[in-house]
Every structure is written in C-alpha cells, then in structure tokens.
Design a protein around this ligand. Sequence first.
Ligand code: SF4
Length: 607
Amino acid sequence: MCGHFNRYLHVDLSTKSWSTFSLSDDVLEKYIGGKGVGAYLLAQHQDPKAEPFDAPNPLLFVVGPLTGTKAPSMRSLVVFQSPVTRLLTDSHFGGHFGQQVKSAGYDGLLITGSATSPSLLEIDDDHIAIKDAGHLWGMNTYESYDQLRPDYPEKEWRIACIGPAGENRVNFAVIDCDPHRQAGRGGGGAVMGAKNLKAIVVRGTKKVEIADPDLFRKYLKGTLADMKDNDYIVGFRVGGTAASIPWADEEGLLPTRNFQRGSFEHAAELGDAAQREKYWDKDVACATCPIACTKLGSLKEGRFAGMAGDSLEYESAAMLGANLEIGKTDEAICLGLTCDLLGLDTISAGAVLSFACEAVEKGLLEADLCFGDLDSLAAMLGDISTRQGVGDLLADGVRAAAAKIGAGSDSFAIHVKGLELPAWGPRGVPGMALAYMTADRGGCHQRAFPILYEAGGETWKGQSYERLSLDGKAQLLVEIQNRLAGLDTFVTCDFARYGITDEAYLDLLAAGAGRRIDLDELYQVGERIWNLTRLFNLKAGMTKEHEDLPRRFKDEPLPDGPAAGHRFSESDLQRLLADYYVARGWDENGVPTQERLKVLEVDYPAQ
Ligand code: SF4
C-alpha cells in the first residue's frame, strides 16, 4: 500500500535502545492509521491496570496514510493512557511535527521506558540519538525552543516539548509543538515528563509514494476549490474559532462562572473582533492547510504590552475568560499565554481554576483566589505547574481535588470520567450531554458535536432535531462518533472537515494510498475503533456509573439563554444512556456484546 511506509520506530528510554517494526496488512486494513492504529498499538503495549506513570507505559505519536502528501489540513496525534482518567486517550495537535515524522520514514513512534535523567530524543531519518537535556529541565516551553533552535533550525527540524507542568506530572500538562500547537487533553505532557523526556526533535528526507499522482492532483484540486468558498472555512480563516464566542453566548452555551451560567456580559471582549483589534498580527497555518485559523500576535498596549504568542481560540477564550469572569481581552490572553509557557491545557486549567474559585467562595478551600482577579489566577497557574501549596492539590484535576476537599464539592467539579469539560454547557442540548457522558476519553466535544443539529440549525442526513427532545439523539450520536473516529484514522483537522466531504477524503485515500473504500467501510472502521477503545477502558476500570453528568447540570436549572430553566433529571440521563447502548449494540451495562465484536472483527490485541 502506498501512503504508508508501514514502519514504526520503537524507542525504549530505559535501555537507550531502538528498533523498527511493521504491522500486518490485516491490522492496517482494519484500522487504517492515526487513531485506529494508535488505539491498536496502545491496547497491545499498555496494561490498562498499570499505574499511570509506570515506565513501561507507551507514549505513541501516530500519523495517517495521507500525512506527508499535499492532502489538506493533516495534523498529528499522540496516544496514551491518561493519568487523570485512566482511559485510552488520543490527543490531536497541529503544526508540522507529524509531517517530519513521516518524512523521517515512520508512520508512528512508540516510546516506552523512562530515561534516568532529563533527555532529548533526536530522530534524524534513520539516525536516532538520546541526548542529555538537563540544561532544559525547568525551562518553560518558549525558553526551551529558544535553547534548541540554534542546533535544530525551524527550516528543517520540528520540535515537541513539555513545560514545567509536564516535568512535574501535572495531570493536565500538554505536549507543545512547533510552538503554538498543543496536544492538550488528558495529560500527555505528564506521561512524557514521567519518562524524563523533555523534547523530541525530528527531521527527515523521505518522500511518500503516491499511488496515482495525476488522479491525486485532480482530487486535490477539486477539494481545495470546494474549501475555498465554504462558509465555515471562510469563517475559520477570517475569525479563527473565537468567532463562535458571540453565538455560544446568545445560545446560553458559553460556560460562565464555573458553568453556573451560559452567557457572559463581557463576551464580546473574548471574541475574534476584539482579539483582532488588540492582538492579532498574522495568520499561521498547520502543514498543508489552506485555512490558517491560527492567529499570532502581541499585546499592543496596557499592562501586558509586548506579550506575544498564540491567540485565544474558542475553548481557551471561554474557559480562561467567561468561565473565570475575566472580561478583558488582554487579561484573558495573558492567562492563555501563561498556560502555553507552563505547558498546561487551557481547557482543564480554566475548569480547575473556576472550581477552586467557587470552593474558596464557599469556604471549602483556603487560597488567595477569586473569580475575575487576574493576578491571583495567574499566580495559581504557576503554583499548579510546580505543584506548590494549593497548586499541588489542583494539579491532579477537579475530580481528585473534589475528592480531597469533600464537603459536597463534587457537585461543582465539572468533569466527566475525570476529564474537565470543554467550553460548551450541556444544559439545553441533550445530545451534547450524551456526547460528554459517552466520549471515549472523558468529557470531550471532539468525539461528536451534536450541538450543530440541536441548536445550530444544521440537518443530519436531511433530518432536523428538536433541541430539548431526547428522541433520536442516541442514534444521531452513534453515527457521528463512528464517522469522526473513522476520519481520525487520517488525523485530519476537525475544522477542515466542515469544508471537505467524507467522499473527498476517500478519493484522496484511493489516489494517494491506492486503497479504495466506501463510506460504510470508513464508518465501520470508526465503530471498530470505538469498540476496541471501549474494551480497553472497561479493562481499566470504567463502568456504566462513570457515564454521568456533573451534579450542577442536574440540580441547577440553566439561568439564561433560549433554554433557560433546563436541567437534566436522572431519568432523562438514564433514558439517553439506555438508548445509546442499544444503538451501539452493547448490553445494558455498556459492555460490547460478543456478537457485535464478531461482526466488527474486533480482537483485543495480545500483549
Ligand atoms: S484549520 Fe487551523 S488547526 Fe486546522 S489544520 Fe488548519 S490551521 Fe491547523
């Protein structure tokens, strides 16, 4: 098969050794690449019951069959068992790292073991070296890039690194890339830190073989033409994802004050227009992306004049702005840049800080911290990243912090299965609530985003969905989850998918990799991945009881927006979950049946 090298690099940091391996045609046919191959390899190499930071645990970087070609908007993927949820977690990131991994001749990196001292992994085509990184330990991400760039210039080399949060095993530490791109969710940075691995640098010279170059060019031209005038794509190009702030605010979906409310009086200060005026300097694209939704800039005036870096995309603006009642553009940007420097996930950081602010207000936690106060919030991010004082408690995430604080604080700890929720309040959108409850990696909006059909006026297969109704939401969700898991085998960008049809991806796969599959096969690959991941998560201890919403969304009616007054009853949630298990062909406890596994040809890989 073209597209793939079918060559994976295994580096064992404990023994300082490396080797390459291949996968069988059967595995590649069943899992394609990206999320599929990553889930397969993790299931093969990870004991789901192991402690999160045990040295043998793998950290995987995986790409797709079109990575390294000119197919649009290909990104990168890291797969690991999350230290915060214990679930199989795939975390996607932009930039150019995956392209260089492919150029070096690999479809993935399997990193196991733990170095005895801070180390750097250098991959230069077939030349592998594990080098001392003691001089980088303790540096923030930007300082690390500055130190590395003289030896690894950007023109040839791509870098992924961790900040102090990863070094100190903060459960929501990111892996930063390039810079300005992060594998944000689930604590991949902490896994990397536990391996004493400060950075990976990679470059390569190999070319991906295209099965039918003329046909590939033809399909590529058509795909780019379709993207050009697509309204969603134009929206992402012009305003980035922060352009969604006003809409989320109007719809009562914008988390405000630790998800107590769904709209924020200063929302406009967090949106794309305000950021463009006060911060943005230029658009930046990931590899092969014609959209360039990333905006870099610097603050032009005021207390933080000169602070520079990535802008706030929607999730960061909402979680570090509205959810913390930070209503000034420069202050929200300051918090975002602080997270980037320290190597913290902005979503979880916003959720953890808002939880702590509420705990302080309720007299359950002693800390110098309150909603809307930039200085105390920024200082706490620093304490979290180095695990100082209360920061140590918060560094494990809201679920663990609430368990330690007790006194009913779990009622406002906003997470599902341990992963803090992203910036879309679920009250008033039952399909989204079910998406959070059932997402493979915990509270996540990227495994399915039914809000589009519940509140966004979009139709799914020609069908509309009544916003507050439970009817049909489980079946809708299963179809979306299977579709997106299938597309995640390509490691494509979520945003680009708004302007690229699934058929176009399959045409590019056929011409690029020489493998023609149809839509049903793609979605069945997605379902196969979903079931394999489910088996891993069940072995890791996940049960039906974990598929629940935070109590806030059951006890407290939403105070604002078109769905004001809505909250979930236990029977609503049980009905949604029961419908979902039926739609998935699982038993009443959410366990895949042998019949379904047989149809899907899912065999748990031997370890
Ligand atoms: S749309 Fe944005 S995040 Fe996606 S690939 Fe393009 S630049 Fe990267």
